[in-house]
Design a protein around this ligand. Structure first.
Ligand code: GDD
Length: 315
């Protein structure tokens, strides 16, 4: 069994590669020329890296001709919401066109690959309080260019399934975190700041944005386990929420992290961290995914936060 992971050097890609390798699957991962290898260096003896710019159709065609994967996990994307306001065109182009090139290669080569498209709970956007936990059928009210790019990825997946019969499964994953999470994302950013305060590298002030937002966090190690199950058991053409079903105010993330630390800190709002529009509440209903795969999240959020803090302490 051969798997291709796009964006293997990233946070989710590195965890997914680890998981698939542990199951005896042959893994090839794509990355861009400038990507750092620090998350995957320990895996290099066991997996193949393929430098491929997904914006280049010829490069994608050549890679797919060589690899002919049975499973494709399409993770590569511009995934930080605030960057999508600074660079909307780049976010939309990267996220949409890269995927088109991948699906076009599958079509032209007549491959029977099963494809997972990593979509996002951001697609739901402004959810009403009485709509949570949200089901896959909830209306979409996107409030960032990133969210719109994910909606486009989602519907392109649907369209290639309908038009060409490709085996495409779309997962709408809610917030996920854990060791190696990029430092720009909320839980990782707070954990890194706390680790730096502990080391005496920074004064004891934690800079924060909107603490009133509510999110649903799953451990990345549970998420990647779910991604494999999605291609094993889910129906082609269908869309599934992957979530924990638990709602947490961002303020609570700080409280939990601080439980595992001895530092005394003050919290200060940094206005540059506030967004032009922020999704107020996202909590997912993952019943459909559970019924199809038997997946449930296993790692408690407190454990995830402990592991994340330890990750930054050791960096
Ligand atoms: N990044 C960040 N930094 N966010 C902060 C901060 C801060 O200092 N303070 C408060 N927040 C709030 C944000 O305003 C947002 O409401 C929430 O914390 C989560 O922010 P992020 O961690 O940046 O994640 P996101 O919810 O915008 O998007 C993530 O989840 C999506 C859904 O799974 C990303 O991982 C997306 O790629 C993903 O699709």
């Amino acid at each position: 069994m051969k798997a291709l992971i796009t964006g293997v050097a990233g946070f989710v890609g590195s965890h997914l590669a680890e998981h698939l390798l542990s199951q005896g699957i042959e893994v090839t991962g794509t990355l861009r020329g400038h990507s750092s290898l620090r998350h995957i260096r320990h895996l290099l003896p066991d997996m193949r890296l393929y430098e491929c710019e997904l914006m280049d159709q010829q490069a994608v065609d050549q890679m797919m001709t060589e690899i002919r994967p049975d499973l494709i996990f399409h993770l590569a994307a511009q995934s930080f919401v605030p960057v999508s306001w600074d660079s909307p065109a780049e976010t939309l182009t990267n996220n949409i066109v890269g995927q088109i090139h991948l699906l076009e290669a599958v079509r032209k080569l007549g491959l029977a690959s099963k494809v997972l498209i990593a979509c996002s709970s951001e697609e739901y956007g402004q959810v009403e309080e009485d709509e949570v936990p949200v089901k896959e059928t909830n209306p979409l009210r996107p409030v960032s260019p990133y969210a719109v790019s994910k909606i486009a990825q989602n519907y392109l997946g649907y369209q290639y399934y309908k038009t060409f019969g490709q085996h495409i499964v779309r997962t709408r994953t809610f917030n996920h975190t854990g060791p190696r999470r990029g430092e720009q994302f909320v839980s990782s950013n707070f954990a890194k700041q706390i680790a730096e305060i502990e080391k005496g590298l920074k004064p004891p002030v934690l800079y924060v944005g909107n603490l009133e937002a509510k999110r649903d966090f799953t451990d990345v190690r549970d998420v990647v386990r779910g991604y494999r199950m999605a291609l094993d058991y889910c129906e082609a053409g269908e869309l599934y929420n992957i979530a924990s079903g638990q709602c947490r105010e961002i303020r609570e993330v700080i409280q939990i992290l601080l439980r595992y630390s001895t530092v005394e800190i003050t919290i200060e709002e940094d206005k540059t961290r506030l967004r032009p529009s922020d999704v107020k509440v996202l909590v997912g209903d993952y019943t459909k995914f559970y019924q199809q795969t038997g997946w449930t999240p296993e790692i408690p959020f407190e454990q995830t936060m402990k592991d994340l803090l330890n990750y930054w302490r050791n960096e």
